[in-house]
Write a protein that binds this ligand. Structure first.
Ligand code: ASP
Length: 336
C-alpha cells in the first residue's frame, strides 16, 4: 500500500469561523478529517499528517516557510511515496514554484492543494481537493511538483491563482493541464515530466532581496533608481505584451545598465498571462537585452521570483544566474 505524507501549512481548507473571521485550528481540522470515511477507504493510500506550527494564512508564507516545507519533504523523502501539501490559495502558486526548484530531481509526486471554502462548511471544495490530491500523490505517473485544484492537475511552476472566488481558481496559461478530473482522473502523459535521472537533493533558499516592478503608462522609472540599482539583487519587470516598456530609451536603460554592473539580475516578464516575451520584436524592447536584462519568456511572475531565489541561493555568479534564468530547468518555461 502506498504511503503519503500530508503537510498542513494552514489556509482556508483547515480554517474555522472565529469572531475575527476564518482562522486555522489544528484540533478542529483533525476532527473534521476524522469525519470523512473516504480517507480510510481501501482504495485510499495510507497517510500521515504533520501540522506546521504555527498554521498560517498563506499571505504570511515566504522563504522561511518554503524552507521548512522543503526540509519536511526532504527529511521524510525515503519514507513516503508521495506528498500532499495543504496550503492557502493566495500564494500557493509561489510555494509550488519554489518547491519545484528547491526539491532538485524529485521523482515523487508533491501535490499542493487547498480550497476556497473550508472543510468545516456544509458546501465545500476542500473534501474533493484533498481526496483527489491523495490519489494523485499515490500515482506512479507523476514525478513533479503539481497543484491540484477544482478538477485540474497543473504543473506547480506554471500555475497562477486567477480567481478570488471561483472553485476552479487556478490556471496554467502557458502549459496544458497534467490531468483533468471528471468521472476519472485522466492523465496527459505527454504533458507530464519523466522521472529525473539524478539523485534527489534539497536546495534551501536564502532570503535575497528580490523585487517585482509592474510597468504602467506614465511610470517614472527614475523614482525606482536607488532601489533597483543598490538594494535589490534580482528584479522581475512585468512589461507590456511581448516585453515592451514605455520610454525605455530614456528612463530605464541607464538604470538597467547600472543595476547590471552592480550584479543585479533583471528578468523581463509579461503582464499578459498567456504568451511569451520576445525581446527585440519591437523597438521598445530591442535595447533591453543590450542593457543587460534577460528574457523570462513565458515564465509566470511566481515562477520567475522563485527561480531567482533558487539561482541566487546556489551561490552562482551573476552571469551564471542570467544564463540559468533563460534556461528551462524543470519544466517552468518554454525557451524560443
Ligand atoms: N487567505 C487564504 C490563504 O491563502 C485564502 C485561501 O486559502 O483560499 O491562506
Amino acid at each position: 500500500m502506498k504511503k503519503i505524507l500530508i503537510i498542513h501549512t494552514g489556509g482556508t481548507i483547515g480554517m474555522f469561523p472565529t469572531e475575527r473571521g476564518y482562522a486555522p485550528s489544528k484540533e478542529a481540522f483533525h476532527a473534521a478529517l476524522s469525519s470523512i470515511p473516504e480517507l480510510s477507504a481501501p482504495a485510499m493510500p495510507a497517510w500521515d499528517l504533520i501540522d506546521m506550527d504555527p498554521l498560517l494564512d498563506s499571505s504570511n508564507i515566504a522563504v522561511n516557510e518554503w524552507n521548512r516545507i522543503g526540509s519536511l519533504i526532504a527529511g521524510h523523502y525515503s519514507l513516503y511515496d508521495g506528498f500532499v501539501v495543504l496550503h492557502g490559495t493566495d500564494t500557493m502558486a509561489y510555494t509550488a514554484s519554489a518547491l519545484s526548484f528547491m526539491l532538485q530531481n524529485s521523482a515523487k509526486p508533491v501535490i499542493l492543494t487547498g480550497s476556497q471554502i473550508p472543510l468545516c462548511e456544509l458546501r465545500n471544495d476542500a473534501r474533493d481537493n484533498l481526496l483527489t490530491s491523495l490519489l494523485i500523490a499515490a500515482d506512479d505517473r507523476v514525478h513533479e511538483v503539481c497543484l491540484y485544484f477544482g478538477g485540474k492537475l497543473l504543473r506547480g511552476n506554471r500555475s497562477m491563482k486567477y480567481s478570488a472566488d471561483d472553485l476552479i481558481a487556478f490556471e496554467s496559461p502557458n502549459y496544458p493541464s497534467l490531468a483533468d478530473v471528471g468521472i476519472d482522473i485522466r492523465y496527459h502523459p505527454s504533458a507530464l515530466l519523466p522521472p529525473s535521472g539524478g539523485g534527489f537533493s534539497l536546495q534551501p533558499f536564502e532570503n535575497v532581496p528580490i523585487g517585482v516592478i509592474k510597468v504602467f503608462p506614465g511610470i517614472q522609472f527614475e523614482l525606482f533608481d536607488a532601489v533597483m540599482t543598490e538594494r535589490l539583487r534580482g528584479i522581475v519587470i512585468e512589461t507590456f505584451g511581448a516585453g515592451n516598456i514605455p520610454g525605455s530609451e530614456k528612463a530605464l536603460l541607464p538604470i538597467i545598465r547600472k543595476a547590471t554592473e552592480n550584479g543585479t539580475v533583471m528578468v523581463i516578464c509579461s503582464q499578459c498571462p498567456h504568451g511569451t516575451v520576445t525581446l527585440g520584436a519591437y523597438e521598445t524592447s530591442v535595447t533591453l537585452r543590450g542593457a543587460g536584462a534577460v528574457s523570462g519568456y513565458d515564465l509566470t511572475t511566481e515562477a520567475a521570483v522563485a527561480k531567482l531565489y533558487y539561482l541566487f541561493s546556489r551561490g552562482l555568479s551573476g552571469e551564471e544566474i542570467k544564463a540559468g534564468m533563460e534556461r528551462n530547468l524543470c519544466g517552468e518555461m518554454t525557451v524560443i
